[in-house]
Design a binder for this molecule. Sequence first.
Ligand code: NAD
Length: 270
Amino acid sequence: MSALNVGVIGCAGRMGRALLTAINEAQDSHLSGGTDVAKSGWLGRDIGEILGCNPLGLIIGDDPETLFATSDAVVDFTAPQAVADHAQLAAKSGKAWILGTTGTDAGQDAAIVKAATQTAVVRAANMSVGVNLLVGLVRSAAAALNDEFDAEILEFHHKHKVDAPSGTALALGGAIATARDQEHKQVSAFGRHGNTGKRRLGEIGYAVMRGGNVVGDHTVVFATEDERIELTHRAGSRGIFARGALRAAHWAHNKPPGLYGMDDVLGLKG
Ligand code: NAD
């Protein structure tokens, strides 16, 4: 079987570099090229320079249209303002578009949905296979356990993170609430301090730790009398998002047009 030709938009960024490494290491994938913007300082240079290896003969350009044309799938971890243009190019080319970029507004979201009527788009705010599997496991556990099991979520991130709880922790809480037919906002307990009173039945509690360079740890605990179930994921590097995106690229190649998530890629739906 021939290798999948994967292009990387935003290849000089933190995630772009992780993607280049993941593609370079994968036997079943071939790097078709990379683009970025002038202010990255990387235009006209060989991608091998980013990877710290010999020249690959792939020069970093700023023409995503050509990248779509010469790739089977294109992975995009860039910036929200770039998304609408890339959506149009993905639709025009009919190639799989793997979108990891977050923070899009309603107009950009509409452009993504429109592109997905013409090509396969995989979009996920967290492309890690492990995190998506954890969400699926937590959903199943919450559906199986009755509300005698108290659900608590603990997350730990590096000291530079400015928001809390993490988006992933909230997604885990959302999965529990949905499985239990609850309104997530109404049952969430964010931080406890002082005389809090007893725990409310059905509450989903959040606890947050910050320190060092921890990439991201998440634990969901289901606790009842005399027993406790703990489901944990620990992220070690950005490579997990890159490898997940690459897996999505292989899955989406030759799939019919549609807007897919990592649930589809990992077969976790239904
Ligand atoms: P970054 O700033 O390090 O990299 C972004 C790169 O995209 C830069 O090199 C920038 O020059 C380039 N870029 C911007 N506009 C472009 C355009 N129009 N065309 C080509 N290149 C362009 O950021 P990052 O940490 O790599 O994150 C990128 C995005 O991915 C963010 O939205 C972030 O939240 C998201 N992200 C998603 C996941 C996930 O699993 N889905 C994981 C990590 C980061």
